[in-house]
Design a binder for this molecule. Structure first.
Ligand SMILES: [Zn+2]
Length: 495
């Protein structure tokens, strides 16, 4: 906020006070205690941290006027943010995968937006791996800020994946303070992005990783230590207690989309919400003389200003028009919204797979791979890319009835078509017969699940030679929509 001013402001005031002191010493008119108070007031530096996480490509906002341009405008207008001011802008990760405007260009547009918003660092989220390690390495280069994870290491060597542009920590000089910022990634990363992509990496236990990196951090002689993480609040609260001795001033969360600001022991813990719809803020009052935090405040805020920063708005508009040509392709029309979690939309997606491969008995996808709803109005390719944004392909497998039953009944409630349960027994739609434990079935499954994502490793264990159709998991739905040829007078009906 503006009342905190900038470091140069502090310096100027400090010099003025010094001059006053020199004068008053000669005349001896001002009491020592009031002079002391004035010095202490000047020598405390207030650092403001603005924190978001799980942005997921939502630069346009979850609704009109709540996107990246508005958030950045709000930071300037309401928090007094300036590029060289006493601010840190930090993210808890999962920046890229989401609406077509970001997914279609594999996150490149989001990096540009976050550069323009002056982010200082982002944690590495599980979804930062969605487009592969090569793309990740390109994106970390494009970013004007570092991507951080102190608990991601290469299997085998145990070294940090610096080749990917992932650093364990960074040190930032801000408002006259040296602030060390350490990153953490969720230990769930191994199964919450394409498992084969992250197979060369290990995501180590958090407290252990922090203790391991701390000697290197300390060498940089930081005034403050901050941890930004793609770790949910329930785990972070425990971690804050476990590492209370490490003198961490602030921790930021991610992965669970939580909007929260609280204090655990001496550590502020923030969660910024999701999709740029909100942010969390910490103001850390640091006393230079005693080299200690002497006060703090922590709050959460909605992105509600409704005005846009022009520079960020221009970048968003440019990316929108770049992708508009291909993504604007009209695929149909819906007279109503179809909810992302609704049974009708889910069924339509997997049913389209069975039309795509009529020899398949069953189609299975994960509910988490369906990311947004279909809104009333024109449906274009962009809306389907936003709904099914991952680079997952469809794998055709041969698995036994026993494995199939395990997938459906113990595998975290997947979305499936081709089977119905009648009186406690599974019936295969294609044959009309009961599912045989030892029978073999042609099952289509998305590559994330086939890879062992979300704990579905049993499919590849049974059939390690699954055939990759190379068709993106959204492709059958796109083809099906085109074929339906819906319009305003003949809108889409899902039943
Ligand atoms: Zn995540």
């Amino acid at each position: 906020m503006t009342q905190f001013g900038t470091f140069s402001y502090f310096k100027q005031v400090a010099i003025s006070i010094l001059l006053i002191l020199l004068c008053t010493c000669q005349t001896g008119n001002i009491g020592a205690s009031s002079r002391q108070l004035e010095i202490e007031a000047i020598e405390s530096i207030k650092l403001t941290v603005l924190y978001t996480n799980d942005e997921h490509g939502w630069m346009e906002g979850i609704e009109e006027g709540r996107g990246a341009a508005s958030l950045f405008q709000q930071w300037q207008a309401q928090e007094g943010f300036t590029k060289d001011g006493p601010f840190l802008v930090l993210s808890g990760g999962d920046n890229w995968t989401g609406p077509a405007i970001s997914t279609w260009v594999e996150g490149e547009s989001m990096v540009e937006v976050m550069n323009a918003m002056n982010y200082d660092a982002s944690a590495i989220g599980n979804h930062e791996f969605d487009f592969g390690l090569d793309t990740l390495a390109v994106r970390t280069k494009q970013a004007n800020f570092p991507y951080l994870s102190a608990n991601a290491t290469w299997k085998g060597t145990g070294s940090y994946p610096l080749e990917l542009g992932i650093l364990p920590f960074t040190v930032k000089a801000v408002a006259g303070l040296n602030v060390a910022i350490i990153g953490l990634s969720t230990t769930e990363t191994a199964t919450t992005t394409m498992p084969s992509v992250v197979a060369p990496l290990v995501f180590n236990e958090y407290a252990q990783a922090l203790r391991k990196v701390m000697p290197s951090v300390k060498k940089a002689d930081p005034d403050l230590i901050i941890v930004i993480s793609h770790v949910c609040m329930d785990e972070l609260r425990v971690l804050a207690g476990e590492v209370a001795d490490l003198n961490i001033a602030m921790m930021g969360a991610g992965h669970c989309n939580e909007l929260v600001a609280e204090k655990i022991g001496d550590t502020l813990v923030l969660g910024g919400g999701y999709h740029f719809s909100s942010y969390a803020k910490a103001v850390i009052d640091y006393d230079v003389k005693s080299a200690a935090v002497i006060g703090s405040s922590f709050t959460t805020h909605e992105n509600s200003i409704g005005l846009e920063d022009n520079a960020v708005a221009d970048i968003v508009a440019q990316w929108k028009s770049l992708s508009a040509g291909t993504l604007a392709e009209n695929l149909g029309f819906s007279a109503r919204d179809w909810e992302r979690s609704g049974e009708q939309l889910r069924q339509a997606i997997v049913n389209s797979w069975l039309e795509f491969d009529v020899t398949a008995d069953v189609a299975i996808t994960n509910a988490g791979g369906i990311r947004s709803s279909i809104s009333a109005g024109e449906i274009n390719l962009g809306s389907v890319v936003s709904m099914l944004p991952f680079n997952n392909t469809i794998i055709a497998t041969q698995i036994s009835g026993r494995v199939l039953r395990t997938v459906l009944e113990e595998g975290g409630r997947p979305v499936f078509a081709g089977l119905t349960k009648v009186g406690g027994e599974w019936l295969v739609g294609r044959t009309g017969k009961a599912l045989a434990e030892d029978g073999l079935y042609r099952v289509l499954i998305n590559s994330f699940m086939y890879d062992g994502g979300d704990g579905f490793g049993m499919v590849a264990e049974f059939d390690p030679d699954g055939f990759d159709t190379q068709a993106n998991y959204r492709e059958p739905f796109v083809q099906w929509l085109r074929k339906l040829n819906t319009s305003a007078s003949n809108p889409l009906i899902l039943d």
